[in-house]
Write a protein that binds this ligand. Structure first.
Ligand code: ADP
Ligand code: ADP
Length: 228
């Protein structure tokens, strides 16, 4: 469903992503692991078209994202949800308003927003925090708001940028379980980048290893951790 074909991203004289080829299947949880500077975030930003690749193609369901106009890109981007290490919530808005914001941006009516936001908050276990502000929430709760916002417009793909790196181990486990539940119940494809093997081991089906901008290995997680 996501085809990355010979994608390269160059910044002046730095090749952040170097001729990466990957096929990510519909419905899988796909991890991209590697040390800091390996090119993981750049590749993820190319997937969301926050960056245009210098070379190569990215196809989602056969549609080449790299050939779209800026306007078409904004529309396609609504089909992709993204969550971040530091959550990127709007601090002056309540939980409800943070989630409502992406629905408004997609042109949903007030009635649709009033129905949809509580559904989303229930899915992430935050029904009782609707009127709180981000500063009143724990890290795990903030990430749950981030997840609700990312899912607001029914994306086909959820991209996770070091989504648990700012969280303690127990909270990390609960966020990973939530991502797994979302993958299983909604069938959403999840692509996550991380520098932590435990994250890959806990929820990924397959993993790609990046080094110096290149994918050096792709493996089934089950095969890596299977005890014979
Ligand atoms: P990772 O996410 O694996 O830590 P990044 O994608 O952030 O790796 O970075 C890969 C390489 O690209 C690094 O050498 C980094 O310094 C460089 N890089 C990333 N973003 C930029 C940018 N906006 N301008 C210049 N160089 C960048
Ligand atoms: P606007 O900027 O048009 O006032 P808002 O994003 O503030 O829109 O709110 C959208 C709708 O959701 C409004 O009708 C508002 O009353 C309602 N709403 C806002 N916050 C909450 C909340 N915490 N719980 C239930 N409904 C809310």
């Amino acid at each position: 469903m996501i085809e990355i074909e010979s994608v390269t991203k160059q910044y002046n004289n730095v090749t952040a992503v170097d001729h990466v080829n990957l096929v990510i299947r519909q419905g899988e949880i796909f991890g991209i692991i590697g040390y800091s500077g390996a090119g993981k975030s750049t590749l993820l930003r190319c997937l969301n078209l926050l960056e245009r690749p210098t070379e190569g193609k990215i196809l989602i369901d056969g549609k080449d994202l790299t050939s779209l106009s800026d306007r078409e890109v904004r529309k396609e981007r609504q089909k992709i949800g993204m969550i971040f290490q530091h959550f990127h919530l709007i601090s002056s808005k309540t939980v409800f308003e943070n989630v409502a914001f992406s629905l408004k941006a997609a042109g949903k009516t007030k009635e649709e927003i009033k129905k949809r936001v509580p559904e989303l908050l229930e899915m992430v276990g935050l029904s009782d925090r609707s009127s709180h502000y981000p500063a009143q929430l724990s890290g795990g709760q903030k990430q749950r708001v981030g997840i609700a916002r990312a899912l607001a417009n029914d994306p086909k793909v959820l991209l996770c940028d070091e989504a648990t790196s700012a969280l303690d181990p127990t909270t990390t486990k609960s966020i990973l379980q939530l991502l797994k539940k979302i993958n299983e119940t909604l069938g959403i494809t999840i692509v996550l980048i991380t520098h932590e093997m435990e994250v890959v081991q806990d929820i990924c089906h397959r993993v790609a290893v990046m080094e110096n901008g290149k994918v050096v290995e792709v493996a089934d997680v089950y095969d890596i951790f299977a005890n014979p």
